[in-house]
Design a protein around this ligand. Structure first.
Ligand SMILES: [Zn+2]
Length: 257
């Protein structure tokens, strides 16, 4: 079975049906979900959802889009979550220069505060990086001590060069529905050339719904289409993709049972 390492079931789009979605995970070939957060309220609701279901774990953190609203109280709240039973990662945190919803300086300092907090809390880190791989890698390289619990660059859509830079540091990459899109030759080049040793899968739902369901709200069950695409590109069975990515997910999220 598969693990969806990045699902925003704490998004308000699922307020009425997250329980239904989670109760059907097993029949949809999914054994675990990491409910990823993007600010304090979503972290609180992720924790609540994880407490309701054995199959759901969660992360806490402030997305770069929300960096401009980040406060010291937010940091204090995150640190107070240390040791929570189903908390398995810090994230998604990082840099987003595509939208620039928050000024770059704010994004960088909020990223750094949270890297430090994650390290202090003993948590691996889920990174969001969009059009910002140079700055992201520089910050990680300059603060290598904060990366020792593991780094996962989620929803990877960059080039083969950056993928190799990330993997050579021992970091992880996660792939989602974007690899099924028509204009996916870069993703093909990346996946064709890298080892799957540090690769995991995700949906990033409600975003990035895979083909042929593009336009609909994404759901964890569509992660099967991502696994199928990688199996096709790698010339291996879907079962093989399931086995390796699930094993990798348990290795990365080492507090997940
Ligand atoms: Zn996300």
């Amino acid at each position: 079975m598969l693990i969806d390492t990045h699902a925003h079931l704490n998004d308000e789009k699922y307020a009425d049906n997250y329980q239904d979605i989670i109760s059907k995970l097993n029949e949809n070939n999914i054994e675990r979900i990491v409910c990823a957060s993007f600010d304090v309220p979503s972290s609180i609701s992720a924790q609540k959802i994880a407490a309701e279901f054995d199959t759901v774990y969660y992360s806490i953190g402030t997305h770069p889009h929300n960096a401009k609203d980040f406060s010291k109280d937010d940091l204090k709240f995150y640190k107070s979550q240390k040791g929570q039973k189903k908390l398995v990662a810090f994230g998604e945190i990082g840099l987003d220069y595509h939208y620039d919803f928050s000024p770059k300086d704010a994004q960088k300092s909020v990223f750094l505060y949270q890297l430090e907090a994650a390290c202090e809390m003993g948590l691996p880190i889920i990174i969001h990086s969009r059009e910002a791989y140079d700055d992201t890698l520089k910050i990680l390289d300059d603060n290598i001590e904060y990366t020792k619990n593991g780094i996962l660059v989620h929803c990877y859509t960059g080039t083969l060069d950056y993928a190799q830079e990330i993997l050579k540091r021992g970091f992880f990459l996660s792939f989602g529905g974007a690899i099924t899109y028509k204009n996916n030759h870069i993703a093909y080049e990346v996946l064709h050339n890298i080892s799957l040793k540090n690769v995991v899968l995700e949906t990033d739902c409600p975003y990035l719904t895979p083909v042929p369901y593009r336009g609909k709200v994404n759901e964890p069950k569509y992660i099967n289409l991502v696994a199928q695409k990688i199996a096709e590109w790698k010339g291996v069975s879907v079962t093989e993709i399931e086995d390796i990515t699930t094993k990798n997910a348990f290795r990365f999220f080492n507090r997940m049972e």
